[in-house]
Design a protein around this ligand. Structure first.
Ligand code: C5P
Length: 238
């Protein structure tokens, strides 16, 4: 992989005012922002356009899941917004429809395999007869076969998923915390450096930056932490 700024900042806030003032405070050390369901439900495509107008890349984390035609048409609208990453659930039919909605554009599709909040009991309740890890493996394989560009994964699964996908896939890992930073409600975390070392191309960071007294400084600390990984290993070997 080429060495890029790997931070995607999660804008888990409820208004465009909050989101944009955060982006303006952080400035140039974060170029990529994740908009999830909360902010998108509050502000719609306007917040995507505002960030794009500031020269920022947008990861739209809406985890699409619907009938094929609806997914295809919705993805085509996301393409028109100039979004860089979009998540879809790793159902075969959903992923195939999403790929066709991309129509050769620059939008990169990321598959969500099994939500990290889901455990074995949840799968049984939903009628699945597989273990969580078997289902993750199956869905990663299906994602690659469907032509999906990348996978969202826990940093603790990143190395095994990277082994399945090969180098070309984009691996994005939330659930990262620097040593000494508060975990919040995250239980299974790894440091940004560990995530990159395990094969992640991008790390999604939220509260460690957004709740810091100086968010820009918190972002720069993470960049410094991961720079030491890039320095110690040739980027192409990551
Ligand atoms: O504040 P924090 O760094 O925990 O935020 C993490 C972001 O990543 C949130 O937007 C959360 O929804 C997302 N996420 C996660 N764990 C997953 C998948 C997504 O924390 N397994």
């Amino acid at each position: 992989m080429s060495q890029v700024n790997p931070i995607i900042l999660a804008l888990d806030v409820e208004s465009a005012t909050e989101a944009l003032s955060l982006a303006d405070r952080i400035g140039g050390c974060v170029d990529f922002y994740k908009i999830g369901m909360e902010l998108y439900a509050a502000e719609g495509p306007a917040i995507v356009r505002e960030l794009r107008a500031r020269g920022k890349d947008v990861f739209l984390d809406l985890k699409f899941y619907d009938i094929g035609e609806t997914v295809k048409r919705a993805v085509a609208q996301v393409v028109r917004l100039g979004v860089r990453f979009l998540t879809v659930h790793a159902s075969k039919a959903v992923m195939e429809a999403a790929v066709s909605g991309c129509g050769g554009s620059d939008l990169k599709l990321l598959a969500v395999t099994v939500l990290t909040s889901v455990d074995q009991k949840d799968l049984e309740d939903d009628g699945y007869a597989r273990t969580v890890s078997d289902l993750v493996t199956l869905r990663v394989r299906n994602a690659i076969a469907a032509g999906i560009d990348g996978i969202v994964a826990s940093p603790l699964e990143a190395a095994s998923i990277r082994a399945m996908t090969g180098a070309a896939a984009i691996l994005v890992t939330p659930g990262v915390r620097s040593a000494g930073a508060g975990h919040g409600d995250q239980k299974r975390v790894a440091t940004p450096a560990e995530a990159i070392r395990s094969g992640a191309n991008y790390i999604v960071v939220g509260r460690q930056i957004t709740r810091a007294a100086d968010p820009g400084a918190a972002a720069r600390d993470i960049l410094e932490e991961v720079a030491s990984v890039y320095r110690s290993a040739p980027p192409d070997s990551l």
